[in-house]
Write a protein that binds this ligand. Structure first.
Ligand SMILES: O=c1ccn([C@@H]2O[C@H](COP(=O)(O)O)[C@@H](O)[C@H]2O)c(=O)[nH]1
Length: 240
């Protein structure tokens, strides 16, 4: 039996079929974890699968990373609002006005339905390295500095928090305060095993991310591609 609040861990359901996703949910829900539905699953299973999860009382992070003009993003938040997800997200790079409109749409939902998802901003993807950011995308400086700047902008817009890597959590908490939510993907069980890091660049173990002060973490392949996903989650929880 573990004392750690398992709902601070979201398992990324990046599966190629809804049946596969359901099988993971059946196996892992008893551990108390939440689930992240991203583009791969949402674009095939649609809102119905999100509702299916929230109707069971499961905690869902709907990771669709909206990035469009303010009016369209506000409409998107309104559309997904009634699915009952705990968290949804937008790209900070969409700008202040876009983020404000996303938050307003969530507030309008709270007025109508009595609750709303937390709206958080994606800073720099955990698959982005300093070289990629500087040379490919053309944003100069340290990733950490850019992420903190984005986090401050997200906070100014009224967002509840950000998605970042574990390497930036401490800086975000210092800049934005302890209540500003940090949700951390790029989680690997052995951060120094390059074969298991896949396309991620800024990685950390669950223990390290929570030590840094993460509010929640996202784990995908380290669990879903494990030989025994349930035992892997239990081991992570026991170590926390
Ligand atoms: O910066 C980001 C934002 C989102 N993600 C998402 O998290 C999971 C991570 O999956 P792993 O298999 O654990 O790498 C995935 O769904 C991404 O879309 C992210 O990795 N980084």
């Amino acid at each position: 039996m573990h004392t750690f609040d398992a709902s601070r861990i979201y398992i990324a359901l990046d599966t190629s079929s809804v049946e596969q996703a359901r099988a993971f949910v059946r196996e892992l829900a008893p551990t108390g974890v939440g689930f992240k539905v991203g583009m791969q699953l949402f674009y095939q299973s649609g809102p119905a699968f999100v509702k299916e999860l929230t109707a069971q009382g499961l905690q869902v992070f709907l990771d669709l990373k909206f990035h469009d003009i303010p009016n369209t993003v506000a409409g998107a938040v309104q559309s997904i609002g009634e699915l009952g997800a705990a968290i949804c997200n937008v790209h900070v790079a969409g700008g202040l006005e876009m983020m404000k409109r996303a938050r307003q749409a969530a507030d309008a939902l709270a007025q109508r339905a009595g609750k709303r998802p937390q709206v958080i901003g994606v800073t720099q993807l955990t698959s982005t390295s300093r070289e990629m950011m500087n040379e490919e995308v053309g944003i100069p400086g340290d990733v950490q500095d850019v992420v903190i700047r984005y986090a401050l902008l997200a906070q100014t817009a009224g967002l509840d928090g950000v998605v970042a890597s574990g390497h930036e959590v401490r800086g975000i908490r210092e800049a934005c305060g302890d209540d500003f939510v940090t949700v951390i993907p790029g989680i690997r069980l052995a951060a120094n095993d390059s074969a298991l890091i896949h396309d991620q660049k800024r990685v950390m173990t669950p223990h390290e991310a929570f030590q840094e002060g993460a509010h929640a973490i996202v784990i995908g392949r380290a669990v879903t591609q494990a030989a025994e996903p349930r035992a892997t989650v239990e081991q992570i929880l026991a170590a926390l």
